[in-house]
Design a protein around this ligand. Structure first.
Ligand code: GLU
Length: 295
């Protein structure tokens, strides 16, 4: 393994389908940032959400990344193999009094939110089960967020600038373990990033809204907070984020350069098109990225 210095970045696709132009943008941005900083780039397969996982999609994603010249510097991490780590973090949070069981159904939460909305309140989980289950069986497990000023999380995103979210009013106590028994994305991501020593998170701006939750969870677990950079997502003609659900076409494995040049363009990186080879593409794109994001 090459020692690539202290920077550790990652690309964390959910294997719900093949890579498409939208996920390529996140993959490329995270890869260029790692290379521009002389760091390591690690792929993590986010298959914690088993019902959404499509058999074979993870291997297909890894094969496509390889065709596109992006190879994980360490063996890919699979969330489906990390149950013990999530459990241990959950037990720690529970022992510290941060976690409580919630017996609300989706329907009950939606109803109470509609009610709250009518009173011009915000759409955060209203904390119904904070003080007990009211005779209902436990379904999910939630992290108690602080009240007042302590709930305000601020971070300086390297692309998007300073971001602020009030966890109490904008999010509410959020699930760590879901009603279907699965670990929630927020818990898995924070534990994975901490265990892998990730110093820089580069991903799509659709996840900007999750970042304050993740930073708060890092604080509860006494884990370091990485630097964040959220790249603009690609929308389809209807203005929806490009995804498998909105009909994004899989990437053509055999024409990587065109797709890479386009993804780079979306990131504001001008690479003369057509680049002669993957090597010349990555050389030029990394140099451009390094100029733009020197820190
Ligand atoms: N698995 C998430 C996705 O594919 C990305 C999570 C992350 O980068 O933190 O949207």
């Amino acid at each position: 393994m090459i020692d690539r210095g202290p920077y550790r970045g990652r690309f964390a696709p959910s294997p719900t389908g093949p890579l498409h132009a939208g996920s390529l943008v996140s993959a490329l941005a995270s890869f260029l940032d790692a290379r521009a900083h002389g760091g390591s780039w690690i792929v993590r397969i986010e298959d914690v959400d088993a019902p959404r996982t499509v058999p074979g999609a993870a291997d297909e994603i890894l094969a496509t990344l390889a065709h596109f010249g992006m190879h994980s510097d360490e063996p890919p991490v699979w969330q489906s193999e990390r149950d013990a780590a999530y459990s241990a973090a959950f037990v720690r949070l529970q022992a510290a009094g941060f976690v409580y069981p919630c017996g609300c159904t989706r329907r009950e939460i939606a109803d109470s939110l509609v009610h709250a909305h009518a009173r011009h309140a915000t759409l955060a989980y209203p904390g119904t089960c904070r003080d007990g289950l009211h005779g209902k069986p436990a379904r999910a497990w939630r992290l108690r967020v602080p009240d007042g000023d302590a709930a305000v999380v601020t971070f300086d995103d390297r692309w998007q600038g300073v971001q602020t979210q009030d966890l109490a009013t904008e999010v509410g106590d959020f699930a760590l373990k879901r009603a279907d028994g699965l670990w929630a994305y927020q818990l898995a991501v924070v534990v994975d990033d901490a265990d892998a020593g990730i110093t820089h998170v580069v991903r799509g701006a659709d996840l900007l809204d999750s970042t304050a939750r993740q930073i708060y969870l890092q604080q509860c677990l006494e884990a370091p907070t990485p630097a964040y950079l959220h790249v603009p997502v690609i929308n389809n003609d209807a203005g929806e984020k490009l995804s498998k659900q909105t009909g994004a076409a899989p990437l053509d494995r055999h024409a990587p350069l065109d797709a890479l040049v386009q993804a780079a363009r979306h990131l504001g990186i001008a690479v003369s098109s057509p680049a002669a080879s993957l090597d010349t593409f990555y050389g030029a794109a990394t140099a451009e990225w390094a100029k733009r994001f020197p820190r």
